[in-house]
Design a protein around this ligand. Structure first.
Ligand code: GMT
Length: 377
């Protein structure tokens, strides 16, 4: 099949899922075209099966905000026509589903029937999408997509609750290439670079936005390190990073917290992580937690959104109420208390990720594409 993928090219989970999906589809022989404003960060190769088309913006003094949707839909018309694409799979509704709908209408005038698959990822529904400034357009784009998928049951329910949805929403869980983490596990793991052998390692990876509750990460770790020798790795960049750095300093734990910035090789950091911390205010799925689990890491998270569909309480880690840092610290300590318990949680976490493997999820998307194309005949 010839598939166009639209996504944010950044470190965010929706862009990561879209990029991994595109690369896996290309591996299976499909022709994949990424259309976005930068080369996606996880797109590590281009081939005759895998292409990237940059959306270029034209500056004009009248524009206070550049009309990205306009440039994107124009580019989509160009790429679909030139490369005879059959499907546009757009990740994150805002503004991608809207731009894809406009492209679809423009292509219709040329006698081209392009199918639009929209995957909802999270804040495009829960935080931003339902804001009055966007809600009508987001609802319209969802209802006018040929297929709509959501990355968890929780996100599907949120979408049905927040919008007036006439379209069916299919749940297709996020996935990971479990082998990638296996390979890294076997490679030399540089644990000694960050911690002493007797220390536990806790890690948080995100884009440091307010929804991630970065200060809770620091507060949980502060309590944990009082009871057990440990280090905290803070991986990522974002608006809340400064606050976290200040809190770390205020609590006097600067020696034990390592801020690493964005990383292209999270497998290499996760391979020596014992516990992953994700105390988010809302999380439609929690891809970062799944990646951690695939690398044999137990997860301490909140019980919000789709997190209970990924992290199993008492098995792969623990779930706590939002903001309950005491409970999250207590749970982390329960996992870290002895090697045997820690190993059991780590093993369970790894085992649980099998159902989210690339081999299981990729055919689901391929079936979705085939069925929507069959409908056109
Ligand atoms: O919705 C967002 O905040 C952005 C998005 C992203 O691009 O990082 O994250 C969402 O999509 C991920 C991939 O499907 C999910 O794993 C994240 O849970 C989800 N984030 C939130 O719901 C906050």
């Amino acid at each position: 099949m010839r598939i166009g993928i639209v996504c944010y090219p950044t470190f965010g989970g929706s862009g990561v899922v879209a990029t991994e999906l595109g690369m896996a589809l290309a591996d299976k022989g499909h022709e994949v075209h990424f259309v976005t404003y930068n080369q996606p960060v996880r797109l590590d190769f281009i081939s005759h099966q895998l292409h990237f088309h940059e959306v270029l913006m034209e500056e004009y003094p009248l524009f206070q905000y550049q009309p990205y949707e306009l440039a994107l839909s124009t580019k989509l018309v160009e790429v679909v026509t030139k490369h005879k694409l059959e499907i546009l799979h757009v990740h994150y509704a805002i503004p991608h589903a809207y731009a894809a709908y406009m492209a679809k209408m423009m292509l219709k005038e040329k006698g081209i029937d392009i199918k639009v698959v929209t995957t909802l990822h999270g804040t495009d529904i829960t935080l931003v999408g339902s804001h009055p400034s966007y809600k009508t357009a987001v609802e319209f784009s969802i209802n006018n997509s040929d297929v709509v998928t959501a990355v968890s049951n929780s996100l599907k329910q949120d979408t049905l609750r927040l919008f007036n949805i006439a379209n069916e929403i299919q749940v297709v869980y996020n996935f990971i290439d479990t082998e990638k983490y296996d390979r890294e596990q076997q490679a030399e793991c540089q644990r000694i670079a960050v911690a002493e052998p007797h220390e536990r390692i806790l890690t948080h990876i995100s884009n440091f936005r307010p929804v991630k509750r970065i200060e809770d990460v620091v507060k949980i770790f502060h309590k944990v390190q009082m009871e057990t020798p440990s280090k905290l790795l803070m991986v990522g960049e974002g608006p809340e990073k400064r606050k976290a750095e200040l809190l770390v300093r205020k609590l006097g734990i600067s020696e034990k917290v390592i801020f690493l910035g964005n990383s292209h090789e999270i497998e290499k950091l996760l391979c020596y992580t014992d516990v992953f911390l994700l105390p988010s205010e809302s999380e439609s799925f929690g891809l970062a937690a799944l990646e951690a689990m695939a690398a044999n890491t137990a997860v301490i998270s909140t019980n919000t959104g789709g997190l209970p569909e990924v992290n199993v309480h008492g098995v792969t880690g623990y779930l706590s109420n939002l903001g309950d840092v005491d409970d999250m610290a207590k749970n982390a300590l329960a996992i870290l208390k002895d090697d045997e318990t820690l190993m059991r949680f780590k093993k369970n976490a790894k085992e649980h990720t099998k159902q989210f493997s690339l081999e299981n999820i990729l055919p689901v998307y391929e079936d979705i594409y085939s069925s929507v194309l069959e409908k056109a005949i």
